[in-house]
Write a protein that binds this ligand. Structure first.
Ligand SMILES: [Zn+2]
Length: 129
């Protein structure tokens, strides 16, 4: 069996599963290649750039390709539907002067901090807006 160069690259990048002895195992390369051949160019690109985390439960590449699992991974802006934020009942933005309804509740500090969609931390904005 000759695998395409692109597939070989994917195979190399794919994390594989860790077995009981801590070794990385990658199974069913041929099966994975068959799935690979069914993918569009775009899907292949996605499969190259998004991988599951390596661990005991990493799916075999074949299954992962078969189920288009990269769609489940967080792959950044434009590709994943953002989580919707809803106004928190009875709360307004903590920023002084801002009276917008709060949609974000920060519990990491010493006191409760509420923010509207304008004033929430940039990091959070990236994920939600
Ligand atoms: Zn605000």
């Amino acid at each position: 069996m000759t695998y395409s160069e692109q597939f070989e690259q994917f195979w190399k990048l794919y994390p594989g599963r860790t077995n009981e002895r801590g070794r990385v195992v990658k199974q069913d390369k041929l099966g994975a290649f068959r799935e690979w051949q069914k993918l569009t160019d775009n899907e292949r690109k996605m499969a190259m750039s998004v991988h599951p985390a390596q661990g005991k439960y990493t799916p075999d590449a074949r299954k992962w390709l078969y189920h288009n699992r990269w769609e489940d991974e967080d792959i950044g802006p434009g590709t994943v539907e953002k989580t919707q934020l809803y106004p928190i009942k009875g709360k307004t933005c903590s920023k002084s002067g801002c009276r917008m309804p709060a949609v974000y509740h920060d519990t990491s500090g010493n006191y409760d901090n509420y923010a509207c969609s304008e004033h929430m931390p940039e990091k959070v904005k990236e994920r939600y807006v």
